[in-house]
Design a protein. Structure first.
Length: 272
């Protein structure tokens, strides 16, 4: 038995299946944790989603921003961006089953056996793991509820400046989702900055979330994706960036969770 985590697939099924073959992944005894963004931009999001759906007993996804956006497009009857190449999914007769399955998946999780926290964009430095899981459960209940459509409608409104118990449920949902699925940089006063998305800022105006003292001194492993520009490097042994930009022509990364060993597969896109 082995547990693995893998970075953003973003529709790159060829590299995904190659990595599983390289570690001799056995769905009957192994388990794979996907850090989110399994769909969008790559050539075969449908194949990625269908494989995961068929092997869902051995797969767990922490939903990413692209995954949630796809679910929102379904609920809101909103056209998808052609660049996301999601038409095959929306034309599939299994679409409703895929959406329902994705809604069963968490937005963050903690694996006690590996002392590892996993979320698509990372861990809000102001939250303990216990607090983060409580917030994640709240968000999950929102996107699984009978009122899911309204939560997805409100998901795109401006990010609340501060957390407060006075926020309504839609604002809390949006605040939580943005940290778990869109976070990269924090401002000088530790507010979430949602525009910058490139390499680590060098001018001290913005700070990567994992450079916050609460993260730097954490005793837990933190595993995330979302930030391909990091090229898998955070500078901290316990903070693992698994989105290494396969869809942009770089690599896909898979980690064995017991020893934290990472193997990579070069993008097949340029060789076709």
């Amino acid at each position: 038995m082995a547990d693995y985590a893998i970075g953003d697939l973003q529709g790159c099924f060829s590299e995904f299946s190659t990595l599983l073959q390289r570690v001799d992944f056995n769905p009957s005894k192994d388990h794979l944790y996907l850090v989110g963004d399994i769909v969008a931009r790559g050539p075969d999001s449908l194949a990625c989603l269908d494989y995961i759906y068929q092997h869902q007993n051995s797969m767990t996804i922490t939903l990413g921003n692209h995954d949630l956006h796809m679910i929102a497009c379904y609920y809101l009857n909103k056209p998808t961006n052609p660049k996301d190449k999601l038409a095959p999914i929306f034309n599939s007769n299994k679409l409703q089953h895929y959406i329902s399955y994705l809604q069963t998946q968490p937005i963050a999780l903690y694996l006690k056996q590996h002392d590892s926290f996993i979320a698509h964009a990372g861990l809000n430095p102001n939250w303990s793991i216990e607090q983060a899981l409580k917030h994640a459960q709240f968000a999950q209940e929102c996107y699984q509820s009978n009122n899911a459509k309204t939560f997805f409608e409100r998901m795109y409104q401006p990010h609340p400046a501060m957390w407060s118990n006075e926020l309504d449920c839609f604002e809390k949902f949006r605040y939580i989702v943005n940290y778990f699925t869109r976070m990269r940089f924090l401002t000088q006063n530790n507010k979430l900055e949602l525009i910058a998305k490139g390499a680590i800022n060098k001018n001290n105006e913005l700070t990567p979330w994992f450079c916050h003292p609460n993260i730097r001194t954490s005793t837990h492993d933190i595993i995330f994706g979302h930030w391909a520009a990091l090229e898998g490097s955070t500078g901290f042994k316990h903070v693992h960036a698994l989105d290494t930009g396969c869809v942009w022509g770089n690599t896909m990364s898979l980690m064995e969770l017991t020893n934290k060993k990472v193997i990579t597969e070069k993008s097949h896109l340029l060789s076709k």
